[in-house]
Design a protein around this ligand. Structure first.
Ligand code: NI
Length: 191
């Protein structure tokens, strides 16, 4: 088990688009260990997801998992998912407002419009095909992580900068209202 350092906003590694991982490299023992370390680091930091370039490795891989997350107590659970070379395709035009934070952006949250339904195509960590649809708050998490792999941060997508807030002020002024909106989204999309 190894914990990796997490790059912080301003480091160029977060801004460079990542390269795709060939199957042979993916299946190597070294790369499989890297994926284990990525997952361990996500768990240690209580992240809902972590992209490889957030730990200074510029490859198109991210981990996503939500299991009663203390940073995001209102998020529906997502089983551990590794996406390799992911491609997201929105289904329809419907968007919702997601209040996001990021392990690479300390103590800041903001509202980001996200597609409510997506097709996800990727490889899993063993090279198997993933082709599924994700919805609602879960779709927001997938978009946040794949944005990282394209060199984008949630900050780039905050449409109304007056929504930016620290985690303390989020809890104090915005969390209860956002929880109501999350409930409506989960009721509608089931996740
Ligand atoms: Ni992030």
């Amino acid at each position: 088990m190894a914990f990796l350092r997490i790059a912080q906003v301003g480091h160029p590694v977060l801004r460079a688009p990542t390269r795709e991982v060939p199957r042979e490299e993916l299946l190597s023992a070294e790369f499989q260990r890297f994926i284990d370390d990525l997952v361990d680091t996500m768990h240690e930091a209580n992240g809902a997801g972590l992209a490889a370039n957030q730990v200074y490795r510029s490859v198109r891989v991210c981990a996503i998992e939500v299991k009663d997350n203390p940073r995001y107590p209102y998020k529906p659970n997502i089983p551990l998912t590794i996406l390799v070379n992911p491609k997201l395709t929105p289904i329809g035009e419907t968007k919702f407002d997601n209040y996001e934070g990021c392990l690479s952006v300390p103590d800041l949250r903001g509202v980001v419009p996200r597609y409510a339904e997506l097709r996800v195509q990727a490889l899993d960590r063993h090279g198997g095909e993933i082709d599924r649809v994700v919805r609602g708050i879960t779709a927001g998490t997938f978009q946040h992580e794949v944005d990282h792999l394209d060199g984008k941060l949630f900050l780039d997508r905050v449409a109304d900068t007056t929504t930016l807030c620290t985690w303390k002020e989020f809890a104090r002024h915005h969390e209860s209202g956002f929880r109501e909106r999350v409930k409506a989204i989960v009721d509608r999309y089931g996740s």
